[in-house]
Design a protein around this ligand. Structure first.
Ligand SMILES: *Cc1c(COP(=O)(O)O)cnc(C)c1O
Length: 300
């Protein structure tokens, strides 16, 4: 079996007296089981990116992210496995590989880390930085934050090939929107894609519109996809990587009740949105509801 085998991602059904009575089936696609480092959506996104790097005869991957980025960790581990070098531009210069377990693991896996002071790491600054670093590493494939490129989406579309039954609703945590856009473009037209942004003030629709437009072009196609999306913006618990005692209790309950591990940054917030929605709307009666477990447990 390949190290990052998607066969490890089982479908787990969650029993619950009230949901059962209402005929609601809640299924969890356990992509967190694919690998401890290259977990969940990160392997889905990297699979075709690595193939592209090989096809182009690149020596490695140059990418970027925050100090706690699951994308950096996954890229480091996947590149090591594939025999490619990995280089990361890390936002902020206050943390080092010694002070942060995520970066420490990245460095151990052979990733070269370059820290950029925060003022340089805004949208404009990044364009300039990207150009400078690409010049220094001409034999690397550049991968945008979160793997937001066509190959990243393609891997996420494949999740549907592993689910044999009709799904009426799917819930997913959202960062760069790559995973949710991949799920959306691979979904049946009758499936509602519920997205749960983990950043406060994040405009999910605008961000998805921009990524889908850059990949698909056709505005009417983009708009028809977006009509399938429901946004749950009220579940960020204070913002990125913030949490509350309520969220921590929720994580403990899910582990006890279903043996379902959730991370604090992404999956607990998205699953909280699912439970809240199902409990407060008759729209879910009789429906099959899928939760995509996107992983994140190393940092979560
Ligand atoms: C990266 C990540 C996400 C966000 O995925 P995007 O494709 O960037 O939207 C969600 N959940 C977990 C656990 C992640 O690590």
């Amino acid at each position: 079996m390949h190290r990052f085998a998607t066969e490890k991602s089982i479908l787990q059904q969650l029993p619950h007296p009230d949901w059962d009575r209402r005929g609601i089936r809640v299924l969890v696609k356990r992509d967190d089981l694919i690998d401890p480092y290259v977990s969940g959506n990160k392997w889905r996104k990297l699979k075709y990116i690595l193939q592209l790097a090989r096809r182009q005869n690149q020596k490695g991957i140059l990418t970027l992210g925050g100090a706690f980025s699951n994308h950096l960790l996954a890229t480091a581990a996947a590149c090591r496995e594939a025999g490619l070098t990995s280089i990361a531009l890390v936002r902020g210069d206050e943390l080092t590989a010694e002070s942060n377990q995520n970066l420490h693991a990245c460095a151990e896996l052979g990733m070269a880390l370059h820290f950029l002071p925060r003022p340089e790491y805004d949208a404009n600054g990044m364009q300039a930085q990207q150009a400078i670093w690409m010049q220094r590493h001409p034999h690397c494939l550049f991968v945008p934050e979160g793997g937001a490129m066509p190959e990243g989406l393609k891997g996420c579309q494949e999740i549907w090939d592993e689910i044999a039954e009709p799904v009426h609703h799917v819930f997913v945590a959202q960062g760069s929107t790559t995973t949710s856009c991949g799920l959306l473009t691979g979904a049946a037209a009758s499936t509602t894609v519920h997205v749960v942004p983990v950043l406060k003030g994040f405009d999910s629709r605008a961000e998805m519109h921009s990524l889908l437009s850059s990949l698909l072009g056709d505005p009417s196609l983009v708009n028809s996809y977006l009509r399938q999306v429901a946004v749950h913006a009220g579940h960020h618990f204070g913002g990125y990587a913030k949490s509350t005692p309520e969220l921590l209790d929720f994580i403990r309950d899910c582990r006890q009740r279903w043996d379902l591990p959730l991370d604090r940054i992404y999956t607990a917030k998205a699953f909280h949105a699912l439970v809240d929605a199902v409990e407060n709307s008759a729209e879910f009666d009789g429906a099959t509801v899928l939760f995509l477990h996107t992983g994140g447990l190393f940092n979560g």
